[in-house]
Write a protein that binds this ligand. Structure first.
Ligand SMILES: [Zn+2]
Ligand SMILES: [Zn+2]
Length: 146
């Protein structure tokens, strides 16, 4: 188990424990155990392990069980992100004649090939950043690989 400080951002395994005097109850001093960051004394949270790289991160850097660094590695991997997006459709307007000549699956396949062949390292961030939790979960489940 590891923790991340919410103030200085450091990751640590053992919080520092201090007994703080809380008052005088029934003839006895009452203490409360206060745990804090061993570096700066700040509040902290439990870290989560990235399901891909196994590193511990704070909740701000984990999305759907996967760290932002592992997600970032996929931003220019069109094939991987395409696999995740299969079955999700959006509408665009195209030429009326072309719309009568090709069905949507054909149009999709032509455009997919075009992107693969002509747009190396295309940045898929606009799609990825719409829902980082969804992308993280899909990566954790291996849905980027067919
Ligand atoms: Zn700290
Ligand atoms: Zn990771």
């Amino acid at each position: 188990m590891a923790y991340k400080c919410l103030k200085c951002g450091k990751i640590f395994e053992e919080p520092s424990e201090e007994r703080e005097l809380r008052g005088f109850v029934g003839g006895d001093y009452a203490y409360e155990n206060m745990a804090s960051c061993p570096h700066c004394g700040g509040d902290f949270e439990e870290t989560k392990k990235c399901e891909l790289c196994g590193e511990e991160y704070g909740s701000d850097e984990i999305h759907g069980g996967v760290c932002i660094h592992c997600i970032n590695e996929k931003r220019e991997n069109f094939d991987a992100i395409y696999n995740i997006s299969i079955g999700e459709n959006a509408s665009v307007e195209i030429n009326a004649l072309i719309a009568t000549l090709l069905d949507p699956a054909d149009i999709n396949e032509i455009l997919r090939k075009h992107i693969r062949d002509n747009m190396p390292n295309v940045d898929c961030s606009a799609y990825i950043d719409e829902d980082l939790d969804y992308i993280g979960e899909a990566l954790a489940e291996g849905r980027d690989k067919l």
